[in-house]
Write a protein that binds this ligand. Structure first.
Ligand SMILES: Cc1cc2nc3c(=O)[nH]c(=O)nc-3n(C[C@H](O)[C@H](O)[C@H](O)COP(=O)(O)OP(=O)(O)OC[C@H]3O[C@@H](n4cnc5c(N)ncnc54)[C@H](O)[C@@H]3O)c2cc1C
Length: 414
């Protein structure tokens, strides 16, 4: 049985874990990254591929009675819940609802923006070093509307977002048809968010950062993070091949599974999941999309595999079987918008957005556990914020001045 000595062991090789690992390795720390699968094969695999510079307003819990009623009916495309999940979710969802109260939400938004404002630049830096700049397609994405009230509300939101450096262009139906000629022309208007990068293979981007990590001398091993044990003041983890990794510091970057490991060491974050699905479709004939298009509670994103239809938030118990109800609801609408052909895969993919009740991720020390750190809870924007989180945590761990104030993201707040 061999023993690998490292400075840091990173648990989890999604976009967040990989980015943390690269940033530490760049700063001269010897890092071993452990995952039970190969890098980027869980939630970081199947998302919408957007680096969301425009996402300056985190997703709040609905507050209006009309909106709550709409979701409670459980017939919408954008949100769906299992009744059986509600008792277990009551506490975090109640806290989420309270944190979405306008004053508190404004405070949270101000903290969240400090992260989002850096996302494009941090991806650019890593992608350049990784040789994967071509994956960052500077085409933004479009949100298209069928009803005037929602369009008006979002135009107002776009104006507010401008104060935070976010650019957008309102599109007439004619302009939309010119930009995306294969969309149906039933829309009354659209918004083109011009800043986001649209990645047409999110897995490839994560893999490129993982390859950079290995080029810099980092090591990756397949293994189960639940084998993490104290080893004096440091840590040890056992890889699947029987080798043992010993490290001074350990980082939990396990997405929705983070709480399962951190609770073994006394830290129980109120993480909850918003599940999402995707299925790829072949476009009919010569139809295509230049950039992702969001509408009617789903997203159509052009990917290497085909047109990826991704869904909104599903609330279910952790162990519940996939129930792609929203995908079934979205597909006929999607077909009426864009000429979708056959599905590419026999069954949908499912991923879980790791959410916290205050809409902010956990980045920093795990309380009462020396040399244990957390980087999780990035909800709807973990693909966007991986490199930002990676740099911030690496700076905190190596004693550099953090480029963003880390205090809003400290684990002790829960
Ligand atoms: C449908 C959908 C669309 C989305 N669209 C976007 C988007 O356009 N832009 C955006 O920014 N975000 C998007 N997101 C959110 C984003 O995908 C997530 O926030 C992000 O992938 C989380 O990354 P992560 O590294 O924290 O977690 P993951 O990518 O889930 O990585 C966690 C890793 O931990 C490993 N792991 C778990 N348990 C163990 C264990 N016991 N031992 C070893 N390894 C373990 C897993 O194998 C996995 O590799 C979307 C999510 C969904 C579901």
């Amino acid at each position: 049985m061999s023993t690998l000595q490292a400075d840091v062991v990173v648990l989890g090789a999604g976009m967040v874990g990989v980015s943390v690992a690269v940033h530490l390795q760049k700063r001269g720390r010897q890092v071993v990254m452990i995952d039970r699968r190969h890098p980027g094969e869980e939630t970081s695999y199947g998302n919408g591929g957007l680096v969301q510079r425009e996402a300056v307003f985190p997703h709040p819990f609905p507050r209006s009675v009309a909106e709550l009623r709409r979701i409670a009916r459980n017939r919408s495309v954008d949100a769906y819940y299992h009744l059986s999940a509600l008792p277990g979710l009551a506490r975090p969802l109640f806290a989420y609802w309270r944190n979405s109260e306008p004053r508190r939400y404004a405070e949270i938004t101000a903290q969240w923006i400090t992260l989002i404002a850096t996302c494009a630049g941090e991806h650019e830096t890593l992608a350049e070093e990784a040789g994967s700049t071509a994956l960052l397609r500077p085409v933004g994405f479009i949100r298209a509307y069928n009803d005037a009230a929602t369009l008006e509300a979002d135009l107002a939101k776009a104006e507010r977002a401008r104060d935070f450096g976010v650019n957008s262009v309102a599109l007439t139906p004619a302009k939309l048809a010119e930009m995306e000629p294969h969309l149906s022309n039933g829309f009354i208007g659209a918004l083109h968010w011009t800043d986001p990068y649209a990645v047409n293979d999110p897995h490839a981007l994560t893999l490129s950062y993982a390859a950079l990590f290995e080029r810099l001398g980092g090591q990756f091993a397949i293994g189960d993070a639940t084998t993490l044990r104290r080893n004096g003041a440091g840590w040890r983890v056992t890889a699947d091949d029987g080798s043992v990794v010993e490290a001074e510091d350990a980082i939990v970057a396990l997405g929705i599974w983070s709480g399962g490991v951190s609770r073994r060491f006394g830290y129980m974050p109120p993480l909850f999941g918003k599940r999402g699905y995707h299925l790829h479709f072949k476009p009919r004939g010569n139809a295509g999309l230049t950039r992702p298009v969001a509408s009617n509670g789903f997203l159509l994103a052009p990917m290497r595999q085909g047109i990826r239809l991704t869904t909104g938030a599903e609330f279910a118990r952790g162990a519940a079987q996939p129930s792609p109800v929203q995908l079934a609801r979205a597909e006929p609408i999607a077909r009426s918008i864009f000429p979708l052909g056959d599905a590419v895969e026999p069954a949908p993919w499912m991923g879980v957005r790791p959410c916290t009740p205050d809409m902010l991720p956990i980045i920093g020390r795990i309380p009462s556990q020396p040399h244990l750190w957390g980087a999780f809870g990035h909800a709807h924007q973990g693909f966007t914020l991986g490199p930002t989180t990676g740099r911030l945590l690496a700076e905190m761990m190596t004693g550099d001045a953090p480029f963003v104030d880390p205090s809003p993201f400290r684990a002790e707040r829960f």
